[in-house]
Each structure stands twice: as C-alpha cells, then as structure tokens.
Ligand binder design. Sequence first.
Ligand code: PRP
Length: 187
Amino acid sequence: MNPEEIIDRILVDERTLQERVTELARTISADYRGRDLVLVCVLKGGVTFLTDLMREINVPHEVEFMAISSYGAGRRESSGAVRLIMDLKNDIAGRDVLLVEDIVDSGQTMDYLLRLFQARQPASLRVCTLLSKPSRRTVDVPLDYVGFDIPDEFVLGYGLDFDEKYRNLPYVAVLKDQYFGGIPDDD
Ligand code: PRP
C-alpha cells in the first residue's frame, strides 16, 4: 500500500527532522571534542537517524552496530524482555559511548542496553534518541539527547517500521487507527 493510504498525518516533517538532527549533531560535537567517541547504533530502527547524525558530527568518531530483539513483540508493544542478536565488533572499555536509537517507548530496551554497556566499563555512556514517548515509560531511563518528545501514537518512517516496511519515509508519520492490526492480505 502507498504510505499516503495508511498514514493519518505527518507528525515531524522532513525539514524539521533534518534541522533537529543538525542541532543535535552540533551539541554532540561540542560535548565530545577531544574525546574518544563511539556511536553505537541499535538496529534496525536507529540506522536512518545514525547515518544523518554522523554526517553532521564534526569530531572524529567510530561507529558500531548491534542488534537486539524483544521476545514476543507485538505490533504496538514490546514484551519487555530483550535479547542480544548481534554484538559489537570492538571492545568499548574506556571509550566514550553514545547509544543512538530511533525511539524510547517503554524504556525497557534502553534499560537493558544501559545495563549491558555499563558492565563493559566505558569511560562514559550516554543516550541519544530521535524520539521519546514519556507517557509510555515503565522504567526510568536517563536520556541525554532527545530529538522530539511525542505523544502515545503509533509512528512510522525515518527508520521506524510498520510490519517491517515504510522505514524509508523521510518523515515521521502517525498510522491510521484502522491499520493497528496490520494491513489486510488482499491490499
Ligand atoms: C524499537 C526501537 C527500540 C524499542 C523501543 O525497536 O528501535 O529499540 O523498540 O521500545 P521500548 O522503549 O518499549 O523498549 P523494535 O523492537 O521495533 O525493532 P526495530 O528497531 O528493528 O524496528
């Protein structure tokens, strides 16, 4: 289905997104000047944000990827139990780690990641998320850089999927209520 058919409205348009990414990159660049920065991207949703963000960060840094999965995740909710699918390539001990995520919802995923990373003894550990849904939080997680606080609605685009698709949209949009359960097979 065309995105226009399943989208209720655009929540954050392309220009607003790009301007905020530039602002975040500027702040991060200032904060990490002279440090040993490693950006850790959480697959898959964080990829779009990471690739835009890293091109605007003007201090030397490395990029690492990791993949995690929520047990029994549904379309709207994650179960809270998180599993490591793919670990980092390099050790992060003694380095300045910045976790890059597309969205912090319940906070369960970020809570898991912060515990995992803290145990590896980085020099510093911070979080950068494009989106945050404060009203959905079930665990308190410290967020150092936040693009946008958003309401409790199903969002897709700019890395965020709906049934694994629509990650390529250049904006963040709200899904129409009627599609919460998925797209019918004959569409
Ligand atoms: C999304 C997002 C976060 C997590 C946030 O990942 O990228 O990792 O959910 O939810 P939480 O705060 O309730 O834990 P998802 O499981 O949809 O995987 P994806 O990034 O591969 O799309």
